[in-house]
Ligand binder design. Structure first.
Ligand code: 13P
Ligand code: SF4
Length: 314
């Protein structure tokens, strides 16, 4: 990019010219969130991707999110700023291994968290997100046998909430399991009145102490609507951008939960989400690449499970 280019002005010109919509997850950099047409959690973003009248979707998130958008809107061009923006959870479930695992439980329904590849979605019966997993499981018959993949922490949380016994695939999000329990304990001693809010991808030892557990959208809503002074937030730090904007002028203190030394940031940052930059967003809009493609046979099967989720979330 030539240094004299005004990236924001160019992005605004190109998105209009190309009838493109910019979708962003709460974990991407604040500068991108400020540019987006829509910011949301995984459910909200899929609903937007399914309904948008735009010709092109620029998805600022991670690869599986762009793939889900393509599964739902195959006639639209879907680009993401960085093709390497993957996800540890999606990587934890390779399709061949998962197919063999599934074959061991032929009478089970396969529920997969949206954080998985299109191949895994094609092998699944219903997709869920952190905001609708409990609601969807509750709609299933009580004696329905269930496999839940790929996030074991979310699976355990949903099993506990619904009282269902589920077979879990052992996957995890590197960001959420990397929240330091020792440092969190010290932080809670420093702020004994702070409410702890957590994403269900966190370990159960953290979820057990949490005052509120929910998706990114639900956590934002809880902090915005709860009349309280201090909150400790156990999820990816990108969420603080909107949370602090919403809390401006209220005097609420918002404290990110501390990460272990494995994380490059003192708070928890997703290395994949942080691969999105304004410059890469501009290039994706300008060159219309890297483009997300999904083989049609996989797309058709994945569409079934994703669409079932959209239907069951109404
Ligand atoms: P939600 O925004 O749906 O809660 O998902 C969190 C996440 O880890 C996305 O990668
Ligand atoms: Fe995947 Fe975790 Fe990053 Fe979300 S925060 S994209 S689940 S690695």
């Amino acid at each position: 990019v030539a240094p004299e280019i005004d990236l924001i002005a160019e992005i605004n010109r190109l998105r209009k010219e190309k009838n493109a919509v910019i979708l962003a997850h709460y974990y991407v950099d604040g500068a991108i969130q400020d540019l987006a047409d829509y910011i949301g959690d995984s459910l909200g973003l899929s609903q937007q991707a399914a309904a948008t009248p735009a010709d092109m979707i620029v998805f600022c998130g991670v690869h599986f999110m762009g793939e889900t958008a393509k599964v739902l809107s195959p006639e639209k061009k879907v680009v993401i700023p960085d093709l390497n923006a993957g996800c540890s959870l999606a990587d934890s479930a390779p399709a061949d291994k998962f197919a063999a695992f599934k074959a061991q439980y032929p009478d089970h329904l396969v529920l997969s968290y949206i954080n998985c590849s299109a191949e895994i979605k094609a092998l699944s019966d219903i997709i869920v997100t952190s905001s609708n997993a409990v609601k969807i499981v509750e709609q299933l018959p009580k004696d329905q046998k269930i496999i839940f993949a790929p996030d074991a922490n979310l699976g355990r949380y949903v099993a506990k909430k619904t009282g269902r016994d589920m077979v879990l695939w052992d996957g995890a999000c590197i960001v959420h399991v990397d929240i330091s329990e020792a440092k969190l304990k010290a932080l809670r001693e420093k702020y004994p009145n702070a409410l702890l809010v957590a994403h269900p991808e966190c370990k159960d030892t953290i979820l057990l102490q949490a005052d509120f557990v929910g998706s990114t959208t639900a956590i934002l809503k809880f902090v915005a609507e709860t009349p309280h002074d201090e909150f400790i937030v156990a999820t990816e730090a990108g969420i603080l951008h909107k949370m602090k904007q919403a809390a401006a002028g209220t005097g609420k203190k918002i404290i990110p939960a501390p990460a272990t030394e494995n994380n490059t940031c003192a708070c928890s940052e997703c290395p994949y989400m942080k691969m999105n930059t304004v410059e890469k967003l501009y290039n994706a809009l300008l060159y219309e690449q890297p483009e997300i493609t999904v083989p049609e046979d996989i797309r058709l099967k994945a569409y079934e499970s994703v669409n079932r989720m959209l239907e069951m979330s109404k």
